[in-house]
Design a protein around this ligand. Structure first.
Ligand code: HEM
Length: 150
């Protein structure tokens, strides 16, 4: 039974990581450049639309990563000398999740309250920069996962 729960957790955990980080890679690496190739006229409108669809997926992935990560911590054989990579990954996850929730809850309010068009576009640019930051952190989290498991 313990073995079954471990495999199920590892599967869900890995799947959630693929969905969240893979989604960001697709957004930054494919969608944004494609929109910019069309002059960027509809970029913010299309990105808002994509965000509405991707955000619930990202939220679910974050919840699954956290819950299955905790279960894996309890069930898996840690303490093999590489736990510092695992704890560093968890710290990175906390930063990524904070950035994600700040972007989806607080930033839209700031955009709505912006007093000028330039201030609004500054917040919107910051929103995209934060997605890029989360992409870098996600890649580092994967590197730490590999280091922890090697
Ligand atoms: C950005 C967030 C995260 C990513 C990308 C990520 C990625 C991964 C991946 C791909 C694996 C499978 C490694 C393998 O096949 O051996 C894994 C394992 C694991 N993760 Fe995460 N994870 C994240 C967050 C977390 C969090 C928040 C926790 C704990 C609360 C956690 C705890 C673990 C544990 C304990 C394992 C099993 C390690 C082992 O037994 O070798 N992870 N993670």
């Amino acid at each position: 039974m313990r073995e079954f729960i471990l495999v199920a957790c590892m599967w869900l955990h890995t799947f959630a990581a693929v969905v969240w980080i893979g989604g960001i890679v697709f957004l930054i690496g494919i969608v944004l450049p494609a929109l910019n190739n069309h002059g960027g006229a509809h970029t913010s409108e299309v990105m808002r639309n994509i965000g509405k669809r991707f955000t619930p997926m990202a939220n679910t992935s974050i919840g699954i990563l956290f819950a299955t990560g905790l279960l894996l911590l309890i069930l898996s054989a840690t303490g093999q000398g590489r736990d510092h990579f695992l704890y560093a990954k968890i710290a990175i996850f906390a930063v990524m999740a904070s950035i994600h929730y700040w972007r989806i809850f607080d930033l839209p309010r700031r955009v709505a309250r912006a007093e000028s068009e330039s201030q609004r576009s500054r917040w919107q640019r910051m929103s995209l920069s934060l997605v890029r930051v989360n992409l870098c952190l996600g890649v580092i989290a994967l590197l730490f996962t590999a280091a922890a498991g090697s």
